[in-house]
Each structure stands twice: as C-alpha cells, then as structure tokens.
Design a protein around this ligand. Structure first.
Ligand code: KG4
Ligand code: ZN
Length: 362
C-alpha cells in the first residue's frame, strides 16, 4: 500500500520549514534558518521571528513542493500537517494560519502535530529509498533535548506517550546557550561549546562509566551535579548555571582566556552527566526495547557517543535522526509523525477552533 503524501509545516521557533513526506520517507525538507537574525540578541527575538516566518513561508512551501515534484492543484499531497505547539505563540500562528488556508483552499484534511512528537519521529525518518530500514520496538524510551525542552518520555505505541521526567527549570540546550553567554561567546551556544570542548585538555574529558571518580580526579573545574536521588527522572539546569557563573566571575580576564576550553568542557560534562544518569535510571526502571533520541542538542557528537555507550551496556538499539537536517527544527519530522496520525484518521475536525498551544505537552 502506498502511503499518502503529506505537506508539513513547522514555524514553532526560529526556523521556517516545509516538507513533503510519504509514510516515513522524506521527499523534501526545506529549512530557512533565522539564526543570523537573532544572533545579535543572543537568543530568539519573537517579533522578528514572526516577521521572518511571514516573509518566508510561501517561498519555503513552494520550494518544498517543487523539490518533491508535488502539486497541490492535483491534490497530490493528500493532507496538510502543521505544528500547533509547543513553541513561540506568535511564531506558531504563522504556520497554523497558512496550513488552515491551504487546507480550506485545496479541501485537504488538516493534521495537527505536537512539535516534541515530531522530534521523536525524526528518528524514524527515511530517505526516498526507504533507508534506514530499522523498526522501533515498543515500549521505547525517548530522550528529547532541545533549546526549549529536556524530557524523558515512555512511548508505549505510536501516538501513546507518558512523560517520565522533564526539566524543572532550564532546558539543556538553553543551559548550554547561557553557559556560552557567561563565557562571552556567541549564539547558539551548544555548537560553540562543543567545538571548544574538543580543544580541552584530555584531562577534562570524563569517563562515562564512572562519572564520580572522573569528576574527583581529572576534571580541572568541578561542578556539583543536581538531583542525585535515584529514580527521580526530572532534570534541573539552573543550579549548574549559577555555579558556573560564580566560577567564571572569580576569574581575571587572563585566567578566563587561558581556561575557556576547560570551562566549556566542565559545563558540557556536567550537563551531559545528568542526561546520561537520568536516562540510565529510566532504562532500569522501565525496561524499554528501543532508545530514541531527538532535539537540537543531539547534534553533539560527544553526547551521541555517551548515549551509544549507555545503549550498548543495556543491549538496547538506539536511534538518532538519520540526517543533519532532521536534528534541529524541521517540518519533515512533523510530516513523518503526521503519517501515523493519517493512518489513525486523526484529522482536525473544525479549523476554526484549532488554536496554537505554546505550552502543549505530550
Ligand atoms: O531542537 P532545536 O533546534 O530547537 C528547539 O526546539 O529548541 O534545539 C536548539 C538547541 C540550542 O539550545 C542549541 O544550542 C542546541 O540545540 N544545539 C547543540 C548543538 N547544536 C545545537 N547543543 C550541543 N551541541 C551541539 N552541537
Ligand atoms: Zn525543536
């Protein structure tokens, strides 16, 4: 059976994206990033994001259709899918309004998708040849790490989720962005910290098997990990940020300059230690059959190495988004999630009453 073709849209934050998918296969995935616009503000500036989405959305959709050789007039996409939350309200509105307009004009069913569900499904996306072919075995444990979220979710089946833990304050990506700001580096901080860390002395690399020992002996700067009690699957990053701020404030300019790489490494390690520890606890408690990891922070090679090692120790298959443009915000992951909703006939019944939900949870 051929899967229906879906036109998907995501404008949840600072990327304007449209994609065409069929089942798990991505036929096109166009992403217009606004990073350069927001850089000078050191974070996403909502009003600017909205304007940029409005300016770019038609072109991004046209390009996605063209690259997939799809044509709305021929009703080739059989449905329109759109992110309705979580995200920035005024950014979400742009994609939602456009999706409603297309749905009404071309008489296509509309599928509303949770952005975090999209990050989960990014792990199942395939290219036009249907690769990679891997199948998820349920229950799956999902680790979602982005600029706005840090969550552990138990996925019992397609579309069935139980949030096991989430951040009580900052998200891990946000924490990395703040650490980079404390070091007076650029935005977004995650990739900058990763690059710096690669220059750090080998002594500041910790060993995943024994975080505590490694932290005692070889890390040049010590940060105390929060929420140590086992079985608590929530995350916290604000304490780490404060410790880091105090550590940096005590340093002279010269000291700071000389220790940038080690400071970045200390922060990244403490941040990832918490992710690995909580994921490990969740595996022990919930005995999942697959580990799915998504969200912008998964771009980090070191984090993927740590997660691969953890999965291996637990004999668990681990999936990451199979291509770079499926890691950060993108519409292809929304299309893949929507494919499963199409099968379940989860269509929006009334376009009028569908509204953006900035705080939507799984
Ligand atoms: O999923 P995403 O693109 O947008 C949100 O939905 O938030 O995630 C963005 C976050 C930012 O905080 C950014 O610093 C982080 O992902 N990030 C990284 C890397 N690339 C992006 N963090 C660590 N290492 C990276 N290589
Ligand atoms: Zn995201």
């Amino acid at each position: 059976m051929t899967e229906p073709i879906i036109l998907a849209i995501d404008t949840s934050c600072d990327e304007t994206s449209a994609a065409v998918t069929t089942g798990r296969q991505v036929l096109s995935n166009v992403i217009s990033s606004q990073i350069n616009l927001h850089k000078k503000y050191g974070g996403v500036y909502p009003a600017l994001a909205k304007r940029a989405h409005l300016e770019r959305i038609d072109h991004v959709i046209a390009e996605a259709l063209k690259r997939a050789r799809a044509n709305l007039n021929h009703q080739e996409p059989a449905a329109v899918a759109v992110t309705y939350g979580p995200g920035l309200a005024i950014a979400l509105e742009v994609g939602l309004a456009k999706a409603k307009e297309l749905s009404a004009n071309y008489r296509l069913p509309l599928i509303a998708v949770n952005h975090m569900e999209g990050h989960i499904y990014s792990c199942l996306a395939q290219n036009r040849s249907g690769r990679p072919q891997r199948e998820v075995i349920f229950p799956a444990l999902c680790l979602l790490v982005s600029g706005g979220h840090t969550e552990l979710v138990l996925m019992k089946d397609h579309g069935r989720y139980q949030v096991l833990g989430e951040t009580l304050d900052d998200a891990v990506g946000e924490a990395l962005d703040k650490a980079a700001r404390i070091l007076r580096l650029g935005y977004p901080g995650g990739p900058i910290i990763e690059r710096l860390t690669e220059q750090a002395l080998p002594s500041s690399k910790f060993k995943v098997q024994s975080f505590d020992k490694a932290q005692d002996k070889s890390v040049k700067f010590l940060l105390t990990p929060p929420l140590r009690e086992r079985g608590n699957l929530n995350f916290s990053y604000s304490g780490l940020k404060t410790q880091f701020l105090y550590l940096v404030q005590k340093m002279s300019e010269t000291e700071l300059g000389q220790n940038l790489a080690d400071l970045a490494a200390a922060f990244q390690e403490a941040a990832f230690e918490q992710l690995i520890r909580k994921t490990s606890d969740a595996i022990e408690i919930h005995q999942p059959k697959t580990l799915l990891c998504g969200g912008g922070v998964i771009a980090n090679r070191y984090l993927r190495t740590l997660l691969r090692r953890l999965a291996k120790e637990n004999q668990l298959p681990v999936f990451f988004p199979p291509a770079k443009n499926l890691i950060g915000d993108n519409a292809a992951m929304i299309g893949v999630a929507a494919g499963y909703k199409f099968q379940r006939k989860e269509f929006v019944e009334n376009l009028e009453t569908l509204d953006r939900e900035p705080r939507l949870s799984l």
